[in-house]
Write a protein that binds this ligand. Structure first.
Ligand SMILES: Cc1cc2nc3c(=O)[nH]c(=O)nc-3n(C[C@H](O)[C@H](O)[C@H](O)COP(=O)(O)OP(=O)(O)OC[C@H]3O[C@@H](n4cnc5c(N)ncnc54)[C@H](O)[C@@H]3O)c2cc1C
Length: 455
């Protein structure tokens, strides 16, 4: 679900000196650089068009495609292990049965978790955390695959504290992940006003959502709402440098000219922002450079007829099974509304690469699309038994598209925040590089970033 992003966008929001914090005033000219979903959400919140969560007010309510907890696309999720698809347990009964690929019922590792000692480490890898709490099979099959599905990353390198904060907090506060989750410890609680769409989602039990015309309609609707509000939008205008200004503000240099800002919201990936910073902010640039990212090849395939052997959301592949194939999404099961009219077809998305990209395919900028397409077709043949030629195939390489929160990421963020505040840097950092990679996280963090400046 990645919306197609526009290259390099700068948004300038002029506020009318809104009251801020303890006795201060909100800066008048704010520049948001980077117009992915994070930058657009921040600009929307700043322009006071609407809190970013209100999809209804950017005209998308009727476009929502809910996928509820009862839907097969939510209930049926698979792992590809040992050359076959294994359905993940979803019912209480299945937790007590011995199901492949596990050597014993999951109930066994769940039952002993609450009595295990808690760790005092400040952070550890996701894999180490789950091995300690739930055993090696849970870590090797389920959590390894989950990290590949969400972060396209390696669970042995990713940080549990930063990738799964509620689970980390649950252990620290309650001595048990399960106990903590039962009492709702660590979960992010929405403290804003509840919107009608949020109420509907709760009532109807939405597990996921999409949009009738695809996810690209989200940034398009956000952009239209901003333009209607008179927010200046500079398209195709890459930022080339940020410079501190004598008045404590910041100059934003773009290919189209210089913008003076009282405060800048950067929604650029950390690795893009670092090199744009001035020498005086070198410690900040160095810290940003430590937040790595991985590339993902996305191959969309459409086959004639209904050819899937199972129904469900899709399957993930643990790294022990195959490094470079992360998983396959069964798009025609989760969003049949996106199917073309006419005779039935099957749409699939094969995700490849991530932390394993370079080892398997070489440089993401040089790998040939034909090679990626061949690998994707081989995958659906081997893992789903789908032979023949696809009616449609789209291959796209997203370079450095998913940030990787390594062990100790939390400390890096704390140091960045401390340095920025103590040096009065007029910059707020937003985007997937810091506090969550999902679209929901990005929108939520953008709103929080704006609120922090408002005090
Ligand atoms: C393949 C894939 C599938 C995903 N699936 C899901 C999913 O199903 N559900 C989910 O919730 N999340 C998903 N995500 C994650 C989510 O889409 C991203 O984390 C999120 O969109 C990141 O948004 P962002 O605004 O922080 O960053 P970006 O989208 O990276 O936006 C950064 C913006 O900055 C611009 N920019 C770059 N350089 C400059 C410059 N010099 N000057 C000005 N602008 C510049 C870029 O063009 C871009 O528009 C997926 C991600 C990927 C890669």
């Amino acid at each position: 679900m990645r919306a197609r992003m526009r290259r390099a966008l700068v948004l300038r929001v002029r506020t009318c000196a809104v009251r801020r914090g303890v006795g201060g005033l909100m800066p008048r000219t704010l520049v948001v650089v980077g117009a992915g979903v994070s930058g657009l959400a921040a600009a929307l919140h700043l322009s006071r068009v609407v809190p970013a969560a209100k999809v209804s007010e950017i005209g998308l309510e009727s476009e929502l495609l809910p996928i509820t907890y009862n839907d097969a696309a939510t209930k049926n999720r698979y792992l590809f292990v040992g050359g076959k698809l294994c359905k993940l347990p979803t019912s209480i009964r299945s937790v007590f049965s011995k199901l492949p690929p596990f050597s014993q019922p999951l109930a066994w590792s769940l039952a002993r978790e609450p009595i295990l000692p808690r760790s005092k480490e400040e952070d550890e890898s996701v894999h180490a955390f789950f091995t300690r709490r739930f055993g090696a099979e849970m870590a090797d099959y389920v959590v390894d695959s989950l990290c590949r599905g969400i972060f396209a990353g390696d669970s042995r390198k990713l940080s549990v504290r930063s990738c799964f904060p509620p689970l980390f907090k649950a252990e620290r506060s309650w001595g048990s992940v399960l106990l903590g989750m039962l009492v709702g410890s660590g979960a992010v609680k929405w403290d804003g006003a509840k919107t009608e769409v949020m109420e509907r989602a709760r009532r109807e039990g939405w597990a996921q959502w999409s949009l009738r015309r695809g996810m690209q309609s989200l940034p398009e609707a956000m952009e239209a709402a901003l333009r209607a509000k008179g927010v200046e939008i500079h398209l195709h205008s890459p930022v080339t440098e940020l410079r501190p200004a004598a008045d404590g503000g910041c100059q934003v240099l773009t290919e189209g000219g210089i913008l003076a800002a009282d405060h800048v919201f950067s929604a650029l990936p950390a690795g893009v922002l670092g090199p744009l910073l001035p020498t005086a902010w070198r410690p900040l640039a160095q810290a940003l450079g430590k937040i790595g990212s991985v590339s993902v090849a996305v191959v969309n395939l459409e086959y004639e007829g209904r050819v899937l052997p199972v129904t469900g959301f899709g399957h993930l592949v643990p790294s022990g099974e195959c490094g470079e194939i992360l998983g396959v999404v069964y798009d025609s099961c989760s969003t049949p509304q996106h199917d073309r009219s006419g005779p039935p077809t099957t749409r699939l998305t094969v995700m490849m690469g991530g932390s394993w990209f370079t080892g398997a395919f070489g440089d993401p900028q040089r790998v040939s699309k034909e090679r990626l397409l061949e690998r994707a077709k081989e995958t659906v043949q081997e893992q789903l038994g789908i032979t023949g030629q696809p009616l449609t195939a789209i291959v796209k390489v997203h370079k450095d598209c998913i940030p990787q929160y390594g062990v100790g990421h939390w400390k890096l963020l704390a140091d960045i925040s401390e340095w920025t505040v103590s040096h009065r840097v007029p910059l707020t950092l937003l985007g997937a590089s810091y506090d969550g990679v999902s679209v929901n996280d990005c929108i939520y963090q953008a709103q929080r970033g704006v609120e922090r400046l408002q005090g």
